[in-house]
Design a protein around this ligand. Structure first.
Ligand SMILES: [Zn+2]
Length: 117
């Protein structure tokens, strides 16, 4: 875990009729890495530093181990109910802004418990 972690969106690739998530740089499937990779809180945008507890925060997404990108899923694609009190695992998620590798600021999804209300 370093401050050099870069965030990108995964790309969709079609293989045998199935839509799989892939790395935008090396095109490899990242489907089996779906989880909660950590990003430094310094990558968060438009948030005061007190809003997140600690130096890193989990985001809903994939990671490409070859490229060392965190591939964060947008709130519309996260397969979790953003903003609701529960998802299937019982954990609430919220949308928060982050700075991506290209300098753009886009929403990512983080566990609500990591964001101080
Ligand atoms: Zn890659």
């Amino acid at each position: 875990m370093t401050d050099s972690v870069l965030i990108r969106r995964p790309i969709a690739r079609w293989t045998g009729g199935a839509r799989i998530a892939a790395c935008p740089r090396c095109q490899e499937s990242v489907e089996d890495s779906l989880g909660s990779p950590q990003i430094p809180t310094m990558r968060l945008a438009n948030q005061g530093p007190r809003r997140v507890d600690g130096n890193t925060v989990c985001v809903r997404g994939y990671c490409c181990r070859s490229c060392e990108y965190v591939l964060a899923i947008g709130p519309g694609d996260a397969n979790v109910e953003v903003g609701s009190s529960r998802d299937r695992g019982g954990e609430p998620w919220v949308s928060i802004g982050a700075v991506f590798a290209d300098g753009s600021k886009r929403p990512v999804v983080v566990p609500a418990g990591e964001v101080v209300p």
